[in-house]
Each structure stands twice: as C-alpha cells, then as structure tokens.
Design a protein around this ligand. Sequence first.
Ligand SMILES: [Zn+2]
Length: 348
Amino acid sequence: MKEKITLLQNEIEEKLKNVTNLETLNELKVNYLSKKGPVSELTNSLRDLSIEEKKEFGKIITDFKNDVYSKFEELKNKFELEELNKKLESEKIDISMPGMDIPSGSPSIVEKVVEEAEEFFISLGYDVLEGPEIELDKYNFEMLNLPKDHPARDAQDTYYLKDEEILLRSQTSPVQVRTMLKGEGKEPIRMICPGKTYRREDINATHEQEFTQIEGLVIDKKISLSDLKGTFDAFIKHTFGKEVEARFRPSYYPFTEPSVEMDMSCIYCDGSGCSMCKPKGWITICGGGMVHPNVLKMCGYDPEEWQGFAFGMAAERIAMLKYNMTDMRSMHENDLRETKNFDRKEVK
Ligand SMILES: [Zn+2]
C-alpha cells in the first residue's frame, strides 16, 4: 500500500513538473482527481484493510490527497496570474500616442448671420432680447394693430395651438410688445430680438415653415425715418461690404406708418440686372417703418412725445445672399457637399 502511494505521488509530481499551462493542468486534474481516478481508488481500497491498517493508511492517504490538491491549486493560481498579465500587456494603452483627430462642428450659416447682426447692433448700444416661441394672440397680433377682424391677418399662415388665443409666434414682434410694456411709456428702447418664428407656408426654395427673424425696435424722442435709413445702411455695409447702398420703397404694414421695403444694391451684378435682383439692380431684404401710433398707445407710450422705428428681416434670406445659395432647404438637409462649401462661397 505504502509503495503504491509513493509511486502515485512520484508519478503525479513528475507530470506536474512538465505542465506549462492551465489547459493541461485541467486535463491532469481530470485524469488523477476525478471520482474514478487513481487517487479516489486509493481511498476506496481502504475498505479491504483491517481496522488497524485503515487507521494507519487513512491518515497517510489524507495527507497525500491534501498535498496533491494544494499542488494543483498552487499551479492553477500561477497560470491564471500569468494569463492575466499577458492580457493586460496586450491591451495596454499607450498614452503617449497621438490621439485621433475628431472633426468638430461649426456654427450654421444662419447662426453666423445672427451673431454678426448681434455684434453690429450691440456696438450701436442695442440690447439683444428674447421671448417665448409659444405666444398669445394678443402679443403676436392684437397689440401690433392687428385686431381679430383685420383683413391683413391671414389665419391660414399661423399655427394656432389653442382656439385662436395661443399660437406659435409668426414673427418676433411680440418681444417688442413685451419690451414696450415693461418700459411703461417712460423708457427709451433700443433692442433687437433674433429668434425662431413659424408660419404655415408651402415649402420651396425660398420659403420654410420655420425661419429665423432678426427684428429691431428703437423708441425714443425725436426719432425719424432717416434714423432707420442710416441704421439700415450701416447694417448692410457691415454685413455685405462697404460698397453696397440702401434704398427705401413705400410699402404697407399694419404696425408701422409710414412703412417701407428696404433694398440694398445687388451684390451679384453692377446694377444691370441678374437672377438675384428683382427689381433690377436691387435686392429687398428688410421691411419696417415708423412704429404706428396705435401700437405706441396700446403699449403705453404717448405718440405725441415718443416715436420709434421697427424693422424685420429673415436671417435665412441674408445667409442665402451672403453665401450665394439658391435653395433655402439645403441649409437643413445636412448635405456635406453643400454645407462644406458655404465658407468658400461667401460673397463679400
Ligand atoms: Zn443683380
């Protein structure tokens, strides 16, 4: 019996010496330590021995088994650690390697136009103000001299959210109304309010249902139409270059009196006429006029004492002219062939 144990011990030790990885160690474990393996057999063979012998060999076999198990365990730990180290080595990140170049976005051309306009008007002492995009009919229309039955109010163009009282603002003028109400008829105002507006339009190359308005309002004493012309002239020179000229044509808006269309000289031709300028040689980019006395009154300003001018334009329209675009829709379609060219195409 003793001999048998020594032989088996030597055999296992010999085999363990040659094991180099976890896989062969497991094979060996199955061969020697499974229920039907030689180590279990030794325990089973105790049955045939006398009580005295059982006592003697029982202890020897238990010691032997404990020894074998701990040797297997030791090797298993050793191989597992080796494997982990190998894995860590292969997955090591070299932090000294240069990083990948991730291209970052840039502001849209509409945003650029708005930012440039803000810069310009801030330099003239204007405030840049904001207001809600969901508005009351009262601020979007009524207080701008457009009562509910006014013929110039086209309900088809407006997105109403609730009855005829709450709507998506169709212009940023309600911000002007809110500012005048805050001024309580006492404060002079110089403000622009760039922001999103919504109209129910058929979408085509020059119309979208959502567009960005840049509106401005000045309320003070002794303000005249020539102040508006000077401001508009300076704005287009800032935006399109020193050589452009301004021109006013009479027009009609319910909230201004007199009202004007504001043109700039064509930046694409010498005034002889091209596909961009209709009327010939001039491009209309802005509308406005002197604030209607009714609007002043409704907003708490005495028209005998205060005057003001207001104007509004679409940032998309300015962007199209500045970046030589013929289709407004390409601003939102994320076609890189188009958007990548915007900077190159800038006309100034
Ligand atoms: Zn032209």
